[in-house]
Write a protein that binds this ligand. Structure first.
Ligand code: Q9C
Ligand code: ZN
Length: 671
């Protein structure tokens, strides 16, 4: 099981044969640059490489069927094989932004065929996920028309194939290409079995393909209402924070509610920095994060298919980021301020408004009543009048494309586990190692001195092992780790771990404490520790870095907590590592704990130390270890709408924190 890479060198054959500044960017070097990038980074050899075969005309017919009054489109494209240059040019001009070449038919059949092979490999279980590196692209192509460099609609054909051959009932298509894949939208416009999400440069309709149906109010028709989701960008310069906000506040809530069986990605990289078409600012790392956020869906069954991407270096880097994430590598840090711009927030707000009638998860978008029911210790309201956020996207450009920030080397140990339960040799996944090392008894005792009363002799032995794991993570020897603590020692253990982290320089620590774990009394409030406690019934806020929120009982409430609060905070804080502690009466189901751990990996590059009380069933430890290791977490079960109390608690907390943590915003403040 792994990652498939589907390719055929013949797809470099098609190229522009005449002068046309609009079309010349769609060139063979796009594929060779992407492939060279994968080879240089040793990523190609880690994939299962499949050689693409042509799709049959019957397979193309899944989308490109002829009907009684239109000539056969497939036959027309087939005929281009025999046309001369002048005839090709004449035919090309009948379409918008299209060129034909004598090899177009062969290449386009290979592109569709590669996509089908990838879907087959994933749905038969030969691989977890994969990428089809193809030309020509597909998402603009329509039932009987080429458009925007696209001849056959590779992704739409693959979705129909997955429905027909495998009986799938829910397929998510994520189109992160910078152009609107109107072809896909038309094909599935009234089809509720395909949820199509696209963000695209729109500029209020003044950008190609200049369609009113690219706007947020196009939501699909008939039974397909709500299954088309358009997020139009009305300014250029959208960056990492804007893309993340779109995923956290639009795509992912709907995707979890939809519960897809397969995710197809129309993976265009013209939405990345440097691209002449997109003029956006998102760095290649962003695509690692977008990919990892999708990996919690559909059991990790992700098929990515190349669409656009015209800046060769940016394209190659972005493709590598996606493939290394598909292979399970940790996400690199995201450069840039995590502040979405005003225009992005307006777009997010407009799509949420348009989609609210169709999605339960968005019906929680009620304006919070600012009441006094939130607990503000000291009686001081922390509601800050925030300075009005301005658009930083365009001006505040992230680090230059070729000048990457320092990356942490890959730790030799991927996931380490230390258990207190005697004889609990968990059947672990390959790559998860039992770790028996310990910090010396003297050092452990010195660190535990403050909590002497709470540690029994055997607790100290356990603490020594956990400290060893923590040091392993801080030293880059271990990526993530899981430890069990003896009963009732979790709070004291957590306190010691926090102190140990803070004693190391340059550490920002996100502490997610579940259950009855009181905030350590002397917890630093200098911005080095973000303390989030999830327990009980009441939200409480001590500062912009220390707060507490109730654990929702519904799946809808739990997802809103993760997507709407925990991840925006985690991305905004940019911690060096996460401490996740499951204390007394934490109340989390195994699947919830696994999802939380799995999603917290993204903002922190996988550097999580999870601590669980041994009281918990071993199954929890096993599920958590797998999630930390990168396995897709089990399903939360059927979607249930958040209760009004859950919504209220979350909204109140978010309203108070928004002034400091800008990724929490789901709407633009009035300008
Ligand atoms: N400057 C794909 O990315 N030209 N197709 C737009 C605006 C057409 C893009 C001109 C762009 C087609 C797959
Ligand atoms: Zn594009």
């Amino acid at each position: 099981m792994g990652t498939a890479l589907v390719y055929h060198e013949d797809m470099t054959a098609t190229r522009l044969l005449w002068d046309d500044p609009e079309c010349e960017i769609e060139c063979p070097e796009r594929l060779t640059a992407a492939l060279d990038g994968l080879r240089q980074r040793g990523l190609e050899e880690r994939c299962l490489c499949l050689s693409a075969c042509e799709a049959s005309e019957e397979e193309l017919g899944l989308v490109h069927r002829s009907d009684y009054d239109s000539p056969e489109y497939i036959a027309l494209v087939r005929k281009t094989q025999t046309l001369d240059k002048e005839e090709l040019h004449t035919l090309s001009k009948q379409y918008d932004a299209v060129y034909f070449h004598p090899d177009t038919f062969h290449c386009a059949r290979l592109a569709a065929g590669a996509t089908l092979q990838l879907v087959d490999a994933v749905l038969t279980g030969a691989v977890h996920n994969g990428l089809a590196l193809v030309r020509p692209p597909g998402h603009h192509s329509q039932r009987a028309a080429a458009n925007g460099f696209c001849v056959f609609n590779n992704v739409a054909i693959a979705a129909q194939h997955a429905k027909q051959k495998y009986g799938l009932q829910r397929i998510l298509i994520v189109d992160w290409d910078v152009h609107h894949g109107q072809g896909i939208q038309y094909i599935f416009n009234d089809d509720p079995s395909v949820l199509y999400f696209s963000w695209h440069r729109y500029e209020h309709g003044n950008f190609w393909p200049f369609l009113p149906e690219s706007d947020a109010d196009a939501v699909g028709q008939g039974r397909g209402q709500g299954f088309t989701v358009n997020l139009p960008w009305n300014q250029v310069g959208m960056g990492n924070a804007d893309y993340l906000a779109a995923f956290l506040h639009v795509l992912l809530p709907l995707a979890f509610e939809f519960d897809p069986e397969l995710v197809l990605v129309s993976a265009g990289f013209d939405s990345a920095i440097g691209d002449p078409e997109g003029q956006m600012q998102a760095t290649p790392e962003c695509f690692a994060h977008l990919t990892q956020l999708l990996q919690v869906l559909a059991g990790g069954r992700i098929c990515a298919v190349l669409e656009g991407g015209y800046h060769l270096e940016s394209l190659a880097q972005s493709v590598c980021m996606m493939v290394q994430t598909l292979l399970g590598d940790p996400t690199p840090p995201l450069p840039g301020l995590m502040v979405p711009c005003q225009s992005a927030l307006e777009s997010i707000q407009s799509v949420r408004t348009a989609q609210t009638p169709h999605w339960t998860s968005l019906q929680q978008n009620v304006a919070p009543v600012l009441s006094t029911s939130i607990h503000c210790p000291g009686g001081r309201s922390l509601l800050l009048v925030g300075e009005s956020p301005t658009c930083v996207g365009a001006e505040d450009s992230p680090s230059p494309l070729l000048d990457r920030p320092y990356l942490r080397p890959t730790p030799p140990i991927c996931t380490a586990v230390a258990l207190t339960v005697p004889g609990a040799a968990l059947a672990l996944s390959p790559g998860v190692l039992h770790q028996e090392g310990s910090v010396s008894r003297e050092e452990t005792e010195a660190l535990a001195r403050l909590h002497r009363s709470q540690f029994q002799d055997e607790d100290l032995a356990t603490l020594g092992k956990i400290l060893y794991l923590l040091d392993g993570i801080l030293d880059g020897q271990i990526r993530s780790a899981l430890a069990t603590t003896t009963a009732l020692a979790t709070a004291a253990t957590l306190d010691v771990l926090i102190q140990r982290c803070l004693a190391r320089r340059n550490q920002r620590l996100l502490c997610v404490a579940l259950g009855q774990l009181d905030r350590p009394l002397d917890l630093a409030d200098d911005g080095r520790v973000l303390w989030l406690n999830i327990q009980g019934k009441e939200a409480a806020i001590w500062s912009m870095f220390h707060f507490s929120t109730p654990l929702p009982q519904t799946t809808g409430g739990f997802l809103s907590l993760i997507l709407g609060l925990v991840l925006p905070l985690a991305y905004g804080f940019q911690p060096d590592m996460v401490l996740m502690a499951l204390g007394p009466a934490h109340g989390l189901q195994n699947a919830q704990a696994a999802l939380l751990a799995a999603m917290l990996r993204s903002p922190v590059g996988g550097r999580i130390l999870a601590v669980v009380e041994e009281e918990d069933k071993l199954q929890l430890a096993r599920t958590l270890a797998r999630a930390l290791h990168g396995e897709t977490p089990p399903s939360l079960g059927p979607f249930s709408m958040a209760s009004p109390e859950e919504i209220q608690a979350l909204m109140l907390l978010k309203a108070q924190l928004e002034a400091r943590w800008k990724l929490l915003q789901v709407a633009a403040p009035p300008s």
